[in-house]
Design a binder for this molecule. Sequence first.
Ligand code: GLC
Length: 418
Amino acid sequence: MTTATSRTDWFTQARFGLFLHWGLYSIPARGEWVRHYEKIPLEAYQPFFEEWNPRRYDPKKWAALARQAGQKYAVMGAKHHEGFCMFDTQLTDYKCTNTPGGRDLAREYVEAFRAEGLRVGFYFSLIDWHHPDYPVDRLHPLRDDAAFKAKPRDFNRYLDFMHGQVRELLTNYGKIDIIWFDFSYDDMAGEKWRAAELVKMTRSLQSDIIMDNRLVAGHEDPSNAAAYGDFASPEQIIPPEGVVNARGEPQVWEACITMNKHWGYARDDHEFKSPQQIVHMLVECVSKGGNLLLNVGPTALGEFQPESIDRLAAIGAWLDRNGTSIYGCGNANLPKPEWGRYTRNGNMLYAHIFNKPAGPIALLGLQDKIRKARLLSDGSEVNMSRPWNAGKTNAEFLHLPCAQLPDELDTVVALELK
Ligand code: GLC
């Protein structure tokens, strides 16, 4: 089911999106699983609800940052496992419009990102640690509270509520391009969620929408492309060989990856990937036929932290010059070269040079196959000629006679194939 369809056309063209993890958990600022890890009871979490007021939230700014970063779509959490709703649901009081902030954050997000020309998606947690009918299982914050655990619960009532919220999100916010369900585990998978019914409703409300594959178990295994949904959703990993189904056919996939080590805002986590690492990850995804959904965890006040802004800007500047080697591109079906990676679009092959070899750059197997080579960023000619001492190898050679590569993030040479 994750094979490319006309529904996913725009998505495989887009290649680069923004993931947004934002919720009450942005206040404790220790990641979105803080209630789970610290076994925080609802009463102790309640102050965050009572003070929630993202007065610096300006989604127009976020959308502009994403567009300038070269991202073509965004996926924002409408509700994470904590259960706090970032939209004006009628099905619970536990929502942003009941806090001092008062605003419908999801609506403002959709409007701002649309206005900036980006596609919009909602992340929606299947798990809800706030709902009284959600089972107190091994992931629940109150898993060690025997009295709480013993309370009667009606899981079908929870499912009606959860389906109802999906209905609201897909009815009240105009066209939604992506619904990103998260996640299945243990026996909480597939029909336990009444998945077939949920998918049917989703498609009936939004005929063009695409969805990830996390309504089923096994989604965490990138090779399990049998899982249904429109795309596979490997997390914090770029699948070594891309994603193919049992018959070896390439599947649609999107790797979601954090900039530092957390999804939700984590004040004390300053271990950020460099712009170069992130560009290389994006190139790697595209070279294997996938997308990159890069995460930002905004602060409780509603801002991206400077490290995130800097990285988005650097990637955007690179994409501005080199985007034709990313958008609409995919697997070149060539072995990975020693110096970097290839992406391809039709008869254009893009050599992404990450490491400068001592001498000329060998394009193995491509001898006499290339009509011309140009530096993508400025259109200048890159000389091709066979070094006198190349031996018998069936390679073409590029000459970049400089000590350092022209672009330290990734120097792209556009190769027109014969
Ligand atoms: C996991 C986590 C979650 C995060 C998501 C992103 O399933 O539960 O916190 O939102 O991955 O892929």
